[in-house]
Design a protein around this ligand. Structure first.
Ligand code: SF4
Length: 372
């Protein structure tokens, strides 16, 4: 869990992710780290049990999250001690308000623009290598409780779907329920839902399931796309990414959603907010509130090739990407049409249409992320 004042909402912000960084931090002896102030120049922090080093990071400033992790691993891994790394990509460095903190390459603590906070501190990464073990008061009792919990989890039928198809496995269900954001929430079902489903992902791209530390479910998707123009390897996409970079943009090509997802991970961008912001821009364009003069290009729902290009521009804050990098609310506000922004308190809502998913609607209204 990464917490800070959100540059997107101005409220309490937090992003959370799975993977292996959290347990590694605990094995180094820490439950929580607090970073105050700003470094004079780019640095990364290496925590090896009680030893904390501030190392210069000018040579990795500008590098994407995968390159950053590889370089820091090369510089810090010794005598077989595994290093776990959480870092920002170019988006966090450029203070993109929808930037994420990435760990274990494919896991994103993404919401609330938390990556921009690291960028504002010139903090490129935190690396931890722990050699201790968490102290356990009653080892036998804990093992018994863990076994009981794992058995309960495994007995749930929905866990089988999660293992088999990942979170993407709910796309067709959510579509059938009429709560799949489509066309920037103007519609609630997408005729190409099957083409961006977990079943499609499993059949075409899945290499192997991936699991976070100690998890019996393994909802992560180790995937590879070989189709010309969309080649890539990584993890995901998750349901939220598919909803926001797929159906909400009327993008029915899973290879493209996957490529956009991998690019977000490398640049360090929240896929939910990226999709929400792009959808907002597309709606404004199609309704004539903005034009090619503002954007430099045609912005149309269903133009799948556009998504990757726009994400690249956001990460680099280039061209119209600079306006998108501020998030959907400032964008819609700037052009006088805040009604095109689908969010609460300046943050894009995730992939559940609240008019149908009423419980989610209440969450959007009351969550600390969205409210003071
Ligand atoms: S279900 Fe397991 S593998 Fe999936 S995100 Fe949660 S901890 Fe990670």
């Amino acid at each position: 869990m990464v917490t800070a004042k959100s540059p997107l909402t101005g409220l309490l912000g937090f992003g959370n992710s799975g993977g292996f960084f959290g347990p590694a931090m605990r094995n180094a002896g820490y439950d929580h780290m607090v970073f105050e102030g700003k470094a004079d120049k780019p640095i990364y922090v290496l925590v090896s049990d009680e030893k904390v080093e501030f190392r210069e990071a000018e040579h990795i400033w500008g590098r994407d999250s995968h390159e950053t992790e590889d370089i820091i691993r090369n510089e810090t891994e010794d005598s077989g001690k595994k290093v776990r790394i959480a870092c920002i990509g170019p988006a966090g460095e450029k203070l993109v308000r929808i930037a994420a903190v990435m760990n274990d390459k494919h896991r994103a603590a993404a919401r609330c623009g938390i990556g921009a906070v690291m960028g504002s501190k010139n903090l490129k990464a935190v690396a931890v290598r722990g050699s201790r073990k968490a102290e356990i008061a009653d080892d036998t009792a804990l093992k018994g409780l863990s076994k009981e919990a794992v058995n309960k989890i495994k007995s749930k039928p929905e866990m089988e779907t999660l293992s088999q198809f990942g979170t993407a496995g709910v796309v067709t269900l959510i579509n059938a329920m009429g709560i799949l954001p489509t066309r920037n929430f103007q519609r609630t079902a997408f005729e190409k839902a099957m083409n961006i489903s977990g079943e499609f992902l499993a059949e075409k791209f899945l290499q192997k399931n991936k699991a976070c530390f100690g998890c019996p479910v393994g909802c992560g998707r180790g995937a590879a796309v070989k189709e010309s123009g969309y080649e890539g390897e990584g993890e995901g996409p998750e349901y939220e990414t598919i909803a926001m970079l797929g159906s909400s943009l009327e993008n029915g090509k899973l290879a493209d959603v996957t490529k956009a997802n991998y690019l977000c991970n490398r640049l360090g961008i929240d896929t939910i907010s990226a999709g929400g912001t792009i959808a907002c821009a597309m709606e404004m364009f199609e309704k004539g509130y903005i034009s090619k003069h503002d954007t430099g290009m045609e912005l149309r729902f269903g133009d799948e090739k556009l998504v990757v290009e726009l994400i690249d521009l956001i990460g680099k804050r280039e061209g119209f990407g600079d306006a998108l990098a501020e998030g959907g609310f400032p964008l819609a506000q700037k052009y006088g049409h805040p009604e095109c922004f689908m969010g609460v308190n300046k943050m894009e809502i995730p992939g559940y249409e609240p008019r149908g998913a009423k419980g989610m609607g209440i969450t959007y209204m009351t969550s600390k992320r969205f409210r003071t």
